[in-house]
Design a binder for this molecule. Structure first.
Ligand code: GUN
Ligand code: ZN
Length: 652
């Protein structure tokens, strides 16, 4: 039971699946807060599922326990019977009431046992709600007591357990709390943040999530207590939050307010048909004000739920598209508080990097922090080390590597000294031969649309007026082939390291370029395709290319090592499941091409990483590497192993 399967991802954000006794929850998911008293709940849980696709809910075990008639029904018919709902039900423990009323009148073991008795699918430990105003000593005490209770709760419960992560605004305490929760909880529930959300303190929320994130076990589900405004879903998902819960839809409805991903709108201000959703088709927003209070509240609640459900879908689609950063930036454009939160997020680049994909299909500038996304920071950092020792660079006016311009751009002087050119791209100066790489190659910024003086479009001078001053260059040479060679070598070195280039020196290589864009498409070796370039400018080995490259790279570089039990399946082309991973190169990231090998470094397959190395073997369900080429299909028997060091295992 339990166990999280990651199916798709964009950085830390993931589309996954959590099994519960009452069915699976597809994450990211919003669990609407349901009042355990059906007469106080404007939209029944079955309606939530049927009309809005919200298939799981959260309710308060504490309110149920404290209200005798509700308690009686729950003890007799279970929480599902009380709510008249047969989907997954998570229950909360009462810590929120401690926040709201200053006290909670139940012992942790009693409320946990009660949650078990009423058949909660996910029971929550009675934590200490640590306020953002707490002193360090108070916060520490809150974390310690929460930890003690969580340890006891783990002993007492076999079902799914949500363990809150507290710590107030103290990063070390958030980290420690997350580490502790990861040992006891199935669901790691970041708590104590409701005041931050209510006060639009997104930078503080970002810092809380950044502090906790590295300590949150990747195989467990992350919940964020109190995120119910659709404006915050994308933002929270960016940090890998899988579950959201909130009663916002109802609270805002009571205040006469509408929730949209763009922000909150008071109903009384609405004079136009600004929404044409299926609910508004029935009753336009402009008509709601005239309805009786109870009816109006129900309709506002439904509308808010619909907007929440839709935004969850938008977030999920963005994860599939690799466009979550863009979505978050667009949402942040709606409110400076969210922009400030995003600015705090990009200051925590290091937290995002281990899960940051090798590339995405596009890079569009949509906000003021677009140029600070982790993919950019990582590229620029690597560029710095790439340049070192490579000599001086001269400015080159043209960004794309078009054959006609390359033919006129010399790669070396008459004396054989290499000439290094660099383009001034939107990300700053980049060596010409690296400009096809993600995120430079697919970067779409403002200049691409600006025909004014700042445009660099068609900036390559028509004649032979490239600035060659001070260079002794041979005249009338076609530099096309030397450029292809340099570009092939550079892209190989960029991705696979200097050892990979050694094999190419003097080898019978040819490279194809796209006729339309001039971009490199593939490298052939003696006429056989060895590497295929993706749109991200990264060469990826075919089986033939892998046979050439694999022996050159020092073990365990670019490798994922599989359990011998799984080796025959991988060699036959089956995807590599996470539970069969033994170790490998921890510098790989999702989307990287890797050699799948057995512990003796026999090459079994080539594949693309779905999981980050630190997640492999920990997220035990699902695929770790999707195989793209394999031994069996090509009739190649794995070679005899040489003496190898012990394969390293990934550290969490
Ligand atoms: N609901 C909102 N915040 C919290 C929290 O910090 N802990 C618990 N248990 N429930 C909450
Ligand atoms: Zn509507």
């Amino acid at each position: 039971m339990g166990g999280f399967e990651l199916r798709e991802r964009d950085g830390l954000a993931r589309i996954g699946r959590l099994e519960t006794p009452h069915g699976a929850i597809e994450t990211p998911a919003l669990l609407p807060v349901i009042h355990p008293d059906p007469t106080r709940q404007p939209v029944a849980p079955t309606e939530l599922r049927r009309r809005f696709g919200l298939g799981a809910v959260i309710t308060s075990a504490y309110i149920t326990w404290r209200t005798p008639p509700l308690k009686e029904i729950a003890e007799e018919k279970g929480i599902h019977g009380l709510l008249q709902f047969d989907g997954p039900v998570m229950t909360d423990s009462g810590a929120f009431q401690q926040h709201a009323y200053g006290h909670v009148e139940v012992e942790p073991d009693r409320i946990l046992a009660f949650q078990g008795r009423i058949g909660s699918d996910i029971a929550t430990v009675l934590d200490i709600f640590v306020e953002p105003t707490a002193t360090e000593a108070e916060a520490r005490a809150g974390v310690e007591l929460t930890t003690v209770r969580a340890k006891q709760a783990r002993l007492d419960r076999t079902g799914l357990l949500a363990v809150p992560v507290q710590g107030g605004l103290f990063p070390e305490l958030r980290f420690q709390s997350a580490l502790e929760a990861s040992t006891t909880g199935d669901i790691l529930a970041v708590g104590g943040v409701v005041p931050l959300l209510e006060q639009y303190r997104f930078p503080d929320l970002a810092r809380v999530l950044l502090a906790a994130r590295p300590a949150l076990a990747p195989e467990k589900v992350v919940h964020l207590f109190g995120t119910g405004h659709p404006a915050s879903f994308a933002f929270a998902a960016l940090f890998g939050v899988d579950l959201f819960d909130s009663s916002s839809y109802l609270k805002f409805a009571r205040r006469g307010s509408l929730l949209f991903p763009e922000g909150t709108v008071p109903l009384e201000r609405i004079r136009e048909a600004t929404c044409r959703c299926f609910l508004c088709e029935e009753t336009p927003l402009t008509k709601l004000a005239g309805l009786p209070a109870e009816e109006r509240e129900r309709r506002l609640s439904e509308h808010n739920l619909l907007m929440c459900a839709q935004e969850i879908s938008v977030v999920r689609q963005a994860i599939r598209d690799g466009a979550l950063w863009e979505l978050v930036e667009r949402r942040a454009g709606n409110h400076p508080a969210l922009q400030a939160g995003l600015r705090a997020a990009v200051r925590g680049t290091r937290v995002f990097l281990p899960a940051e994909p090798e590339s995405r299909t596009s890079f569009r500038v949509v906000g003021s922090t677009s140029g600070l996304r982790p993919s950019v920071i990582r590229f620029l950092a690597r560029l710095r080390s790439w340049r070192s020792g490579k000599g001086e660079f001269r400015p080159h006016p043209w960004v794309p590597l078009i054959p006609s311009t390359l033919r006129r751009t010399p790669t070396r002087t008459r004396a054989g000294e290499p000439i290094r050119w660099e383009c001034f791209t939107a990300l700053g100066p980049v060596p010409l031969e690296l400009t096809e790489l993600y995120p430079v190659g697919c970067y779409v910024g403002l200049d691409e649309f600006d025909d004014g003086p700042s445009a660099r479009k068609n900036a390559f001078p028509p004649g032979d007026s490239l600035d060659l001053t001070g260079l002794d260059v041979e005249e009338g040479v076609d530099w096309g082939d030397p450029w292809t060679q340099r570009q092939v070598m550079s892209s190989m070195e960029w991705r696979y390291g200097p050892e990979s280039v050694a094999a190419f020196v003097g080898a019978p290589l040819t490279a194809e370029r796209s006729a339309r864009s001039g971009r490199l498409r593939s490298i052939s070796w003696d006429g056989s395709k060895a590497f295929i370039y993706g749109n991200d400018g990264v060469p990826r080995p075919t089986w033939f290319g892998a046979l050439k490259l694999h022996p050159l790279l020092p073990f365990p570089a670019s490798r994922i090592i599989v359990d011998p039990d799984a080796a025959p399946f991988v060699a036959a082309g089956k995807s590599l499941f996470s539970r069969f991973v033994r170790g490998g190169d921890s510098a790989l990231v999702p989307g990287s091409s890797a050699f799948v090998v057995d512990p003796d470094d026999r090459l079994l397959a080539v594949g693309r990483l779905v999981l980050a190395p630190y997640e492999m073997g920990r997220i035990t369900r699902g695929v770790a590497v999707r195989v793209t080429a394999h031994a069996r299909a090509h009739g190649t028997e794995p070679e005899d192993p040489e003496e190898l060091p012990e394969p390293p295992t990934f550290s969490p």
